[in-house]
Design a protein around this ligand. Structure first.
Ligand SMILES: Cc1ncc(CN)c(N)n1
Length: 228
């Protein structure tokens, strides 16, 4: 399967997610709340553009089946995944307006701009390559954290783990992998290599997103010259 090839290529990066202090902090329940708050705000912005990528997928789909699959992913992002963020925001004292009007960090801008650019330029297969690492890697992380004793019951981060490890989210990730395999199957090698490049770039951007959240980094680490 094409997605097996993608996983083998991305494996070292994905294994590094599980060792990342932010991800480990969620699993252990020890992550500082201000870091999680920063993450929720930036991730909400990210999800708005991620949802847009699914809408582009529906436009580019060449069959009704694929069009429906993208529309289902769009619907579940807007109504389920983003609802998790709205619920967390409420608990953290972030208003809906604040959530929608957050300034994007450099990493959020880089990641969303990359995805939107590749999705606008590409075919339906390239649209899937843009979002596959996002959905699949969160499920990969959720399932790993869910195995840790008590992690899914933790009062702060248990709901986050439960959502990304849920059967519904696992099914979304599986459906997206199947879609990637279906769309890639007859592609020549140079097109497969391009899909792989997008998958690896987005896997690296995922790592940078964890780094950004852990450091609450808007533009630079040490100076506030460019912030504000
Ligand atoms: C940055 C990022 N990547 C992926 C996901 C999972 N949809 C997310 N919520 N945020």
């Amino acid at each position: 399967m094409f997605t097996d090839r993608l996983y083998e290529k991305a494996k070292p990066i994905w294994e590094a997610y599980l060792e990342h202090p932010f991800v480990k902090g969620i699993g252990e329940g020890s992550l500082e709340l201000d870091k999680f708050k920063f993450f929720i705000e930036q991730d909400y912005l990210y999800l708005i553009d991620y949802a847009r990528v699914f809408a582009l997928g529906s436009v580019k789909a060449t069959t009704l089946e694929t069009m429906t699959q993208f529309a289902d992913l769009l619907h579940s992002t807007l109504n389920e995944e983003m609802e998790l963020h709205r619920t967390y925001a409420k608990k953290l004292g972030i208003s809906r307006a604040q959530l929608e009007n957050t300034d994007p960090s450099a990493t959020t801008l880089a990641y969303t701009s990359y995805m939107l650019n590749k999705a606008h330029q590409g075919s339906d297969a390239e649209v899937v390559a843009c979002v596959l690492a996002c959905t699949w890697s969160y499920n990969f992380i959720g399932l790993d954290l869910n195995q840790k004793e008590g992690a899914s019951e933790h009062e702060r981060y248990g709901d986050w783990i439960t959502m990304y490890a849920s059967d519904e989210f696992t099914k979304l990730a599986e459906n997206m992998k199947n879609l990637m395999d279906r769309l890639a199957v007859d592609k020549p090698e140079h097109e497969k290599a391009y899909l792989e490049e997008i998958f690896i770039h987005t896997s690296k951007l995922e790592y940078l997103f964890w780094e950004m959240a852990d450091q609450k980094k808007m533009w630079l680490n040490k100076s506030n010259l460019l912030d504000g």
